[in-house]
Design a protein around this ligand. Structure first.
Ligand SMILES: Cc1cc2nc3c(=O)[nH]c(=O)nc-3n(C[C@H](O)[C@H](O)[C@H](O)COP(=O)(O)OP(=O)(O)OC[C@H]3O[C@@H](n4cnc5c(N)ncnc54)[C@H](O)[C@@H]3O)c2cc1C
Length: 383
């Protein structure tokens, strides 16, 4: 059994009791439905209502806005448990959208959207990426033009998580000059919104239960008070400010998945026999598993340290960039090594290790690619 490292300074009995409740709920209510959700390509929005009612959706949001006023650690524990059960990161995106509104919304905007987001009535997506730009976000072309008391939005987004199921979107648009200073964020309630269309539910290599979609905006009219915050042109700053937390929302699942992969592989190799002994008894297997367990342990230690620093307000962006690229690269490596030890069964979709391997691949791409993370670290080194 791996050392679980569930004894870091940021953990206490309350968090552990919460973790246990979340784990039990996921095992009873979500895990049994995952196969069906994978087949249909999305998790229905209604699933998050009872999840929210138990305080699991946005525990860290202040009580006045419908949350439980807990720390970010509670949200990260939820993401940890979801990842361990192979539930994809749809609620992490919802969570991040809530933080944009919490940190930059006007009081009226917070009161309008956060309680409904905390109850699961609204499920959010974040629409930044466009067919023509992802990493180079400041090149985005979706345009919002002022028209009296409204904005008119035209453009297209792609690869949007929750794109099919969300009824609230935080959308990055161009309201001004070229480059980052012309970018703003707008909040759209998309139910029956004229001019808004969800395109294809995109078929992916992995993460089959998570909906990823194209979105089209064709003269979408929204009142000007749906610009996030008070002023145009603040979008990039708003996006950048959440980056350290956003990176951790990806690193925690990376740690969880590696632990799961090792656990599954130990169990499998101990019962599978070849050449008169178990696969586990081959020295190669033992060494590989020892290496994977060590990597998982180091990743968890690093992630726990980052969480502590996040809670203390001392997590610098560079540490978060390091965590994002390194932990997700390790996730790829560990799931690959573990799959190998399953032999042909490891390639069969019905085996969790095959899914963990396929699901891991996107971790190095979304939320800022490995290359972009390294570039940002190098910029600081060279400054
Ligand atoms: C399953 C899935 C879910 C997603 N969810 C969302 C979502 O909810 N919302 C959203 O807005 N987006 C989402 N994305 C989009 C994702 O964030 C982008 O795919 C990612 O940022 C990379 O952008 P790109 O695909 O345009 O690649 P590009 O930017 O075209 O990059 C292509 C390659 O070039 C490399 N590269 C680019 N610039 C540099 C550089 N300066 N130096 C070195 N190498 C570089 C990249 O690292 C990459 O390897 C999702 C994507 C997927 C696949």
């Amino acid at each position: 059994m791996l050392p679980q490292l569930y004894s870091h300074r940021w953990m206490d009995e309350d968090i552990e009791a919460f973790r246990e409740q979340v784990r039990r709920y996921i095992a009873a209510e979500l895990a049994p439905q995952l196969d069906g959700w994978r087949r249909q390509g999305f998790i229905p929005r209604e699933v998050w209502r009872p999840f929210a009612a138990l305080g699991f959706l946005l525990p860290e949001i202040a009580e006045v806005y419908g949350g439980a006023g807990a720390t970010l650690a509670y949200q990260l524990v939820v993401q940890d448990e979801l990842a361990k059960a192979e539930v994809p990161a749809n609620t992490a995106v919802h969570n991040l959208a809530a933080h944009y509104i919490l940190d930059y919304g006007t009081e009226a905007q917070k009161q309008r959207w956060l309680p409904k987001m905390a109850s699961g009535e609204l499920l959010a997506g974040i629409a930044l990426t466009e067919p023509g730009c992802g990493s180079d976000l400041k090149a985005l072309r979706t345009k919002a033009r002022r028209d009296g008391g409204d904005y008119l939005i035209d453009g297209a987004k792609t690869f949007i998580t929750n794109g099919f199921t969300a009824n609230l979107l935080v959308v990055a648009v161009r309201t001004g000059e070229a480059g980052s200073r012309g970018v703003s964020l707008m909040v759209l309630e998309t139910q029956d919104l004229p001019g808004f269309r969800v395109g294809r539910l995109l078929e992916k290599l992995g993460q089959h239960a998570s909906d990823t979609a194209e979105l089209f905006f064709d003269g979408v009219r929204i009142p000007a008070d749906q610009l996030l915050g008070e002023k145009e042109g603040e979008g990039f700053i708003q996006l950048m400010s959440q980056l350290p937390y956003e990176r951790l929302l990806l690193c925690v699942p990376a740690a969880a998945v590696m632990e799961l992969a090792v656990e599954l592989t130990v169990a499998y190799t101990k019962q599978r026999k070849a050449f008169g002994q178990t696969i586990f008894d081959f020295q190669n297997t033992r060494f590989k598993l020892a290496e994977c367990a060590t990597i998982a342990h180091v990743v968890r230690t690093f992630v726990n340290d980052c969480i502590q620093r996040l809670l203390d307000g001392t997590l610098d962006p560079e540490a978060a960039y390091m965590a994002k690229w390194w932990c997700t690269e390790q996730q790829g490596k560990v799931t690959d090594e573990c799959l190998q030890l399953f032999g042909g069964y490891g390639y069969m979709a019905e085996y969790p290790i095959a899914r963990l391997y396929a699901d891991a691949r996107i971790q190095r791409i979304y939320g800022g690619t490995t290359e972009i993370m390294k570039d940002l670290i190098a910029r600081k080194l060279g400054a």
